[in-house]
Design a protein around this ligand. Sequence first.
Ligand SMILES: [Zn+2]
Length: 283
Amino acid sequence: MADSLEWDVFVSAQIQAVVSDLPPGATEMRWSPISSTLISGERDAVLIDTAITVEQNLKLADWIAASGKNLTTIYATHGHGDHFFGVNTIRQRFPNARFVATREVIVAMQKQASDPVVNAYWKVRFPEQIDSTLVIADELKDGVIELEGKQLISVPLGHTDTDNTTCVHVPSISLVVAGDGAYNDVHLHLGESTTETRKEWIAALDTIESLKPSAVVAGHKRPGAPDTPNIIEETRKYIRDFDTAAAKTQTALELYRRMIELYPERLNPAVLWFSAQAIKPGH
Ligand SMILES: [Zn+2]
């Protein structure tokens, strides 16, 4: 049994995504960097979220192997493919690792891993790079993963950047692995949101804050950015700024430009471009 758990984050670097619609002035889109968090005891470890492509996940598997820990469990915070398409690759190195998620996340995964979505969305963006075997999680029934006598608790967050998301709270080390409930210096994916569900996202951030974490890992973070709880308020502020800008602008382009003025340095403006167009379609 571990006296204390440890944690570490692997950030899969930005890779090119093939998209035809780019923001003004851009010549390519690179997918946001993706965080995978390894929580370890003395002997065993749990991985929260994978990356997208086989190549990314081979690097992630190497990193896990270098820890020397026995990977017992992979948990996916939500049903977007960029956080669970790597399970098959990881399991080739760690065949005994079980893969778990909440029931609602499993439903979302089944859609994301279905042929129509994989063919029309993921394979277009990442040709020849998506694993041919996409694994769907088993249900984490009681919402708790045990790791050497300590608890990793799945906390439902509702809508954040998609519906039915979760984070993982590890009370013994005051850690929240936020999944896409929080972003760290990367433009937020608001393309699935409405005015109502953006309020839900802000409430989800209030939930994370109420856990009083001393560290918060965002699902998408600038490599090297500190995992501080400040990102809770930074994410809330971005959503509020987006709402204000959406109310004051007419077209997707105006909304995009307003947000870029406010957030000139955040990674991946293409995501903001998709968010703006989703909120103001046809402009
Ligand atoms: Zn994501």
